[in-house]
Write a protein that binds this ligand. Structure first.
Ligand code: AMP
Length: 215
């Protein structure tokens, strides 16, 4: 089962991919998480990548494709994976196609601008695991503490209104054209393509995804 999630920030892609990873035992490949964990080593190159992320811009296609290609070919991905946040541009989608890895499902998450802002502003993350909380909608048992490890939660540097606007702008400019691209791929019978209303609760969306995957 090879799945792609596309959607603007704050639409629950990360939450759903964590569900899927637990339920079907296939890894989530979150390019954002990989980039964030790589940049803990403080060299010039990582600093440059970190700055791009913190400005809410997209990292260059070449870097992203190399990184994803390496990850997809690791042994734990042989039964499938969820790509959370890749591809995000048409050249990335072409690069994925050239890897000759058959994608089964493309799931697009949709949510209004107002709700995206609301979701992102309250978001708290546990960086080492990628676990995602929300101050109001999905609070941890203890304020600002990860339920499993007891470690501190973090607010991402790009999770503020100015950067969110930039990220949404980038999404509309570079990522949204993928919807047309994958609709065509569906017409050609290469993939199955679904749109999810991300306003629904995580549990309802989880159930919808389960239904899609058993069809
Ligand atoms: P995310 O955690 O998915 O919100 O990604 C955080 C940031 O990582 C994005 O705003 C980009 O700067 C970078 N990033 C993640 N995935 C990609 C991608 N596929 N292409 C380009 N940049 C990416």
């Amino acid at each position: 089962m090879r799945i792609i999630f596309i959607g603007p920030p704050g639409t629950g892609k990360g939450t759903q991919s964590n569900f899927i990873t637990n339920k079907y035992s296939i890894p989530t490949i979150s390019v954002g998480d990989i980039l964030r964990s790589n940049t803990t080593q403080n060299n010039e190159y990582n600093k440059k990548i970190n700055d791009i992320i913190n400005e809410g811009k997209l990292v260059d296609d070449n870097t992203i494709v190399q990184l994803t290609k390496k990850r997809i070919h690791q042994i734990d991905c042989r039964k499938g994976f969820v790509l959370d946040g890749f591809p995000r541009t048409i050249p990335q989608a072409h690069a994925l196609k050239n890897m000759n890895i058959k994608i089964d499902y493309v799931i697009q998450f949709e949510l209004s601008y107002k709700l995206i802002i609301d979701r992102i502003k309250g978001r708290r993350i546990h960086i080492p695991s990628g676990r995602i909380y929300h101050k109001k909608y999905n609070p941890p048992k203890k304020e600002n503490i990860d339920d499993i490890t007891g470690q501190k939660l973090t607010v991402r540097k790009d999770d503020n209104e100015e950067k969110i606007n930039k990220r949404i702008e980038e999404y509309q400019k570079y990522t949204l054209p993928l919807a047309e691209y994958y609709k065509k791929e569906e017409q050609l019978g290469y993939i199955k393509y679904y749109i999810i209303n991300a306003q629904l609760t995580p549990l309802i969306i989880h159930k919808q995804l389960e239904k899609i995957f058993i069809q």
